[in-house]
Design a protein around this ligand. Structure first.
Ligand code: MG
Length: 352
């Protein structure tokens, strides 16, 4: 990592003081998906401090694809700082006020939501998963992602990912079959694929027998976000689960997807809060849908916030911090695919 290009402090007198700081993160390898990629990522570390000096942490991992940059996050946070709750336990109202005062900006709101949950957990002296009544042992194993690359580097990455039992392979290129072949020649592990909107319906349906041949077990977002009927066609033709990611940002996106995909991928940077993530899980479950939790390239702060609700999901893909060259924080880990939650109060985070 390294830090700080900008620090903002809320200027309005508040019960909760906010500080925000840009983190500069670097992945071990350039992380490339169907719509591009890079090695350097900037996220925003948010701290909320109450009058007793108790501090809650969150992280915004803005994505241009969803209309955010570190700069928009900092501006949005300054605005949200003006409508902080008097009581940090008033999380529902806090999240409502933030959304009403400025819509969009989901990663900025997610950072504040995480920070409030962390603060409340610390005030009560219990981990957030305990607050929700969850058993961390119920968390499914996490995948580890192999991004787009040359055959040689893909082989090296598969070797590096030796301790992870399930790999997620990025596709959505004109050399997908070659990528699958390279992976399969290198390992017989379970593989799941994510085309990141890179296919057409016709191509996706043509790829299904290929995926089967290579033993792929899950297909994530084959088509562009708005092609819900196309997703339905692919899902009907597939005998593996089809999961919506870019087509499903918040709870309101779930009803139109019912019967069209098998499951949804929840990310805090898309849905904007931990409470919204829980609502999405409840709604998906009511429709008999599978639930996945994913992430951005982000530090252990944002990964840990999402890791606290992994006992409620079927598929975990929380490798964002594991892909970093160095992570400034310690929190939940996914060593060997095993999700291990910190047992400290709140989110249980520490500086490394
Ligand atoms: Mg995805």
């Amino acid at each position: 990592m390294t830090t700080t290009t900008t620090t903002t402090k809320s200027s309005v007198p508040q019960h909760l003081r906010m500080e925000a700081e840009v983190l500069e993160l670097r992945t071990r390898h350039p992380f490339i998906i169907a719509r591009g990629g890079q090695s350097e990522y900037r996220t925003v570390w948010v701290r909320l401090r109450d009058r007793e000096g108790c501090e809650g942490w969150g992280e915004a991992a803005p994505s241009k694809f969803y209309g955010e940059t570190p700069e928009t996050v900092l501006s949005a946070l300054n605005l949200y700082a003006g409508v902080m709750p008097e009581d940090p336990f008033d999380i529902e109202e806090a999240e409502r006020r933030w959304q009403l005062s400025l819509r969009g900006n989901p990663s900025a709101r997610a950072a504040l939501s995480s920070a409030l949950h962390d603060l409340v957990g610390k005030r009560l002296g219990i981990p957030v998963y305990r607050l929700w009544g969850l058993d961390p042992a119920k968390a499914p194993r996490s995948t580890f992602t192999i991004g787009l690359d040359t055959a040689e580097r893909i082989r090296a990455k598969v070797l590096e990912a030796e301790s992870y039992p399930i790999l997620k392979i990025k596709l959505g290129t004109d050399r997908d079959i070659e990528i699958l072949k390279t992976i399969r020649d290198a390992t017989d592990k379970e593989i799941r694929v994510d085309a990141n909107c890179g296919w057409t319906v016709k191509h996706a349906v043509r790829m299904l027998p290929v995926l089967k041949e290579f033993g792929v077990t899950v297909l994530e977002q084959p088509l562009p976000p708005s092609e819900l009927d196309g997703l339905a066609t692919v899902t009907r033709a597939a005998d593996i689960p089809v999961i919506a990611d870019e087509s499903c940002l918040t709870a309101a996106d779930i009803p139109p997807l019912v019967g069209k995909v098998d499951g949804i991928n929840i990310k805090l940077a898309k849905c904007g809060s931990l409470r919204e993530a829980l609502r999405m899980i409840a709604i998906a479950r009511a429709h008999g849908m599978m639930v996945m939790v994913g992430c951005m390239i982000e530090s252990s702060i944002a990964i840990t916030a999402a890791a606290h609700f992994t006992p409620l999901v079927d598929i975990v893909d929380l490798d964002g911090a594991a892909l970093l060259a160095s992570d400034p924080f310690l929190g939940a880990t996914i060593h060997g695919g095993q999700v291990t939650l910190p047992t400290g109060p709140g989110l249980g985070l520490r500086r490394r």
